[in-house]
Write a protein that binds this ligand. Structure first.
Ligand SMILES: [Zn+2]
Length: 202
């Protein structure tokens, strides 16, 4: 399926184009307000809607889908060391590293700037083992990036929680919540940074 507006290749059954935010079925409609102005990524509202739509599609067609929640490590200290505009610039650059390391079919959004800053990524058609590989690739990309104007934060890391669809389970599946919980549980039981976590009972 091709977006009527920007000719982006989009997955079948989606409601919005992940590149330009235009409604795919109601041609001519303006894009929904989708962009976070600090990072230039999709905002939390849009990425949440997109994840909901991908999860529904995956359940309907029994396809795999995965979600990653990506948190900046030591965000509290980052805020103490940097001015708000410097934090924003750094978050924008982290977002750019994530986008560069992702595949064309993946979509990243900026969920929240409050501590810790969090990005969400939706990985359509992605099996659990691949989701971990993508998460690890994102962590590596960020950890190797030289954030030249980050001052003491020229080098930084992220930690990532993953969640995948479970076709055997009944009821609603909130993969953002599950990936966030995997991250919180992982951080709680294993101190450290630059980690990928999967839910305890996948
Ligand atoms: Zn488009």
């Amino acid at each position: 399926m091709i977006c009527w507006r920007c000719a982006n290749q989009v997955s079948e059954g989606g409601a919005f184009c992940p590149r330009c935010g235009h409604n795919l079925t109601e041609i001519g409609l303006s894009p929904i307000f989708v962009v976070d102005t600090a990072t230039d990524l999709f905002n939390g509202v849009f990425i949440k809607a997109m994840i909901g739509q991908e999860v529904n599609r995956a359940l309907r067609y029994r396809r795999p889908v995965a979600v990653l929640m990506v948190e900046v490590d030591h965000a509290e200290s980052m805020r103490n060391d940097l001015r708000p505009d410097e934090v924003s610039r750094l978050l924008r650059q982290i977002g750019q590293s994530l986008v560069a390391a992702l595949r064309d079919t993946d979509t990243v959004g900026f969920v929240t700037g409050s501590s810790p800053p969090t990005f969400a990524v939706v990985l359509p058609e992605t099996e659990p083992s691949e989701a971990i590989q993508v998460a690890d690739a994102l962590r590596l990309a960020v950890s190797f990036q030289d954030f030249a104007d980050g001052g003491p934060w020229q080098r930084l890391t992220v930690s990532i929680g993953t969640a995948v669809i479970n076709h055997e389970r009944l009821g609603e599946q909130d993969l953002m919540q599950e990936a966030g919980a995997a991250l919180a549980d992982g951080r709680g039981s294993e101190p450290g940074t630059n980690r990928t976590f999967v839910p305890a009972r996948a």
